[in-house]
Unconditional design. Structure first.
Length: 339
């Protein structure tokens, strides 16, 4: 008798190959009626389970790679915790990789994860154009973008960063600030570009009454935020911005440190808003206003989309999930300026 394969089982049972795989590997997620139909087809065909490992993509490891921009940023730690919590419920392990904002390092991580035959990859790409991700998908590895909207080739979970920048800018303009600085990183990082664009739209809505300044750094770290803050603090009061919107909380905390070092009062001399609302924001010496992202929910939703694609690859339709940010106002920007 000829060796039967999983495609024949799927055809006889009138289900997808992914459903047969789930019956063999995760039967609890398949309805009893469908399980029974698949088992009947297996029995009738004399299918041997060991064929799964040789013929199915689902024979990959029960591991998901998560590639982030900066593992030292608590935002990505929270995203990873959300992803890991749901992955554990599905007997899946998450491996965390740090690109450190380096495209070359990012690609090496992706190559290694593919060689390890991971089930799929969650990634916050370093750059907007990522042809190697398309190549990875074409070779059969599912990919979900995290904190970055996709164009349709894969699923994604993200926050409306333009809206986040806009609500932060509108808050500062409403508080009476007329010279606002954007403290960010490379504009090649889409999140940075979108947050700057949102701030710019809020400034433009003030009809020329507000001046927008921009300071950029190679990375979005506490040290870079502090370095920019040192330069700002050294400016004469008439040239210094009265408010700063930072591209993430790490830069905002460094900027806040520089203000304290130079004896500038926050928010009296200079108001500050960050982005992400990590736990350290509320615990800062001056509690930091911040644009809040649903960090753990981003991770959980990303894993959910990936598992859905792995379980039903033929029926799966890529989705782009966009969450709305909220501004959490704390002491660092709460005061209204009268001048």
């Amino acid at each position: 008798m000829a060796t039967r394969n999983i495609k024949e089982v799927a055809q006889l049972a009138r289900v997808s190959v992914g459903t047969v795989s789930n019956v063999l590997n995760r039967p609890e997620i398949v309805s009893p009626a469908t399980r029974e139909r698949v088992f009947e087809a297996i029995k009738k065909l004399g299918f041997v389970r060991n064929e799964v490992a040789r013929h199915l993509r689902v024979g990959r490891s029960r591991t998901v790679g998560l590639v982030v921009l900066d593992v030292s940023n608590p935002f990505f730690v929270d995203v990873a915790q959300g992803a890991e919590a749901l992955a554990e419920d599905h007997d899946t392990m998450v491996v965390l990789c740090n690109s450190a904002g380096d495209p070359g390092r990012e690609r090496r991580h992706l190559d290694q994860l593919e060689q390890q035959r991971v089930m799929g990859i969650l990634i916050t790409p370093v750059e907007t154009e990522t042809p190697w991700l398309e190549e990875l998908i074409a070779r059969g590895t599912p990919v979900v973008l995290v904190d970055r909207p996709a164009t349709g080739l894969q699923c994604s979970v993200a926050v409306d960063d333009r809206l986040g920048g806009q609500i932060a800018g509108a808050h500062l303009v409403e508080r009476g600030h007329r010279r606002i600085m954007f403290v960010g990183g490379p504009p090649s990082i889409k999140q940075v570009a979108d947050r700057h664009a949102g701030l710019s739209s809020a400034v433009a809505a003030a009809d020329g009454a507000v001046e927008l300044l921009t300071a950029t750094a190679p990375t979005l770290t506490v040290a870079e935020g502090r370095a920019i803050g040192e330069r700002v603090a050294a400016l004469p009061p008439g040239k210094r911005p009265t408010a700063a919107f930072c591209a993430n909380d790490m830069m905002a905390l460094g900027f806040l440190q520089a203000m304290a070092t130079h004896g500038l009062r926050v928010p009296e001399d200079l108001a500050i808003i960050g982005y992400d609302d990590i736990d350290f924001a509320a615990a800062a010496a001056v509690p930091l206003s911040s644009v809040r992202q649903p960090r753990e929910l981003l991770g959980r939703t990303a894993i959910d989309l990936l598992l859905e694609e792995v379980a039903e690859p033929e029926q799966h339709r890529h989705r782009q999930v966009i969450f709305q940010p909220d501004l959490v106002v704390r002491e660092s920007s709460a005061m209204r300026r009268d001048d």
